[in-house]
Design a protein around this ligand. Structure first.
Ligand code: HEC
Ligand SMILES: [Cu+2]
Length: 348
């Protein structure tokens, strides 16, 4: 009986410990495309990470002390089936020292956690913006992201490109966050904390990525049926890669006479009411800018890879990938679908 008890406790304890430590093991070896706060790759995210370790250490200490005492009492004073042990325990009322201790110590702990957190929030919010910082305007839409680079004249969607920031050449990116409809929240855990996008209330956040690569994020504020597929991809480029990307994005759309039929479908089947393709008659603003659609590796806000088959299926029936999304199925014929897909495929 005794052994059983001990074994159950040990087994449960090991399982709990395993799940608590799992994220630390999984993300211990440097930045990977895993949306985890445990692998920071940017200044504000690193600061938040150290703060969360501090908070975890304090709360972990409390957990171990409370849990340990609880486990001890449960085991030590369990019903051993011994009849002579059934008398009432000694009753104790009032102890000024103990009551003071369990009031003052928690207050001190809360004050320390509050002050360190508040200090961090203000340090990040009030960080001076360097004059050569990159400006990006982020607009949250149900259920996709619009990225505008006002100084560079670029508009794109869902996949944000930013330059690497080195200690020698610091180049943070400042994001001004708007919403076109409801509340959303910009969250790329490896780059910065969450910041909400609130209608009629622009917010600001910034990132300063210290290693190149792809970082994944997600809308972190429930915004409707496809909230879970409102994914974010941030590419941190070397200065050369970033310059090349900017140069390509600044070009108007490629014009290829071979896909004129598809372009006609696009311009006559209402696609252009919702989408912009720069350099053509399409100037819709309701959906993502498609001028350089093929420079993105996913479509529908990270929902599916940007392949020819997925593109065609998306245009045929957007709901098959994102049920409830705000692009309608336009009831195109198979031929129209082939033509418009071929046209979009040229938009490098
Ligand atoms: C009523 C407005 C509307 C119309 C009309 C419309 N779309 Fe869309 N489209 C959207 C919205 C909104 C999205 C974003 C959906 C999402 O990710 O949740 C979208 C997304 C897309 C995407 C994916 C873009 C990306 O980068 O993720 C493509 C491609 C696309 N539309 C093509 C078309 C084509 C082709 C037509 C015409 C047959 C069309 N759209 C008609 C609103 C529209
Ligand atoms: Cu959202």
């Amino acid at each position: 009986m005794d052994r059983e008890w001990l074994r159950t406790i040990l087994r449960t304890g090991t399982a709990i410990l395993f799940f608590l430590l799992l994220p630390a093991f999984a993300f211990a070896d440097g930045p990977q495309p895993v949306p985890s706060i445990f692998a920071p790759a940017s200044t504000p995210a690193s600061d938040i990470y150290s703060l969360s370790l501090f908070v975890l250490a304090i709360t972990g200490g409390i957990f171990v002390v409370v849990g340990g005492l609880l486990a001890y009492v449960i085991v030590r004073y369990r019903d051993k089936g011994d009849e002579s042990d059934k008398r009432e325990p000694a009753q104790i009322y009032g102890s000024t020292q103990i009551e003071l201790a369990w009031t003052v110590i928690p207050i001190l702990i809360v004050v320390v956690l509050f002050l360190t957190t508040a200090r961090m929030i203000f340090a990040i919010q009030d960080a001076p913006k360097p004059p050569d910082a990159l400006d990006v305007t982020v607009v949250g839409h149900q259920f996709w992201w619009e990225f505008r680079y006002p100084k560079l004249g670029i508009v794109t969607a869902n996949e944000l490109h930013v330059p690497l920031s080195t200690n020698k050449d610091p180049l943070p990116t400042y994001l001004k966050l708007y919403s076109a409809d409801v509340d959303h929240s910009f969250w790329v855990p490896q780059l910065a904390g969450k910041t909400d996008l609130i209608p009629n209330h622009p917010n600001i956040t910034w990132i300063e990525p210290k290693s190149t690569g792809l970082y994944l994020g997600q809308c972190a504020q429930f915004c409707g049926v496809e909230h879970a597929e409102m994914l974010l991809r941030v590419y941190v480029d070397t200065p050369e890669q970033f310059a090349a990307w900017v140069k390509n994005q600044q070009q108007p759309a490629v014009e290829d006479p071979q896909v004129a039929a598809g372009r006609r479908v696009f311009e006559t089947e209402s696609c252009m009411n919702c989408h912009t393709i720069r350099g053509t008659a399409a100037t819709g603003r309701f959906g993502p800018d498609l001028t350089h659609l093929m420079s993105r590796s996913t479509i529908a806000s990270g929902a599916v890879p940007n392949s020819e088959a997925n593109l065609r299926q998306w245009i045929k029936d957007p709901d098959s990938f994102k049920p409830g999304c705000l692009m309608p199925a336009m009831q195109l014929t198979n031929q129209q679908l082939d033509e418009v897909t071929a046209y979009l495929e040229t938009l490098k």
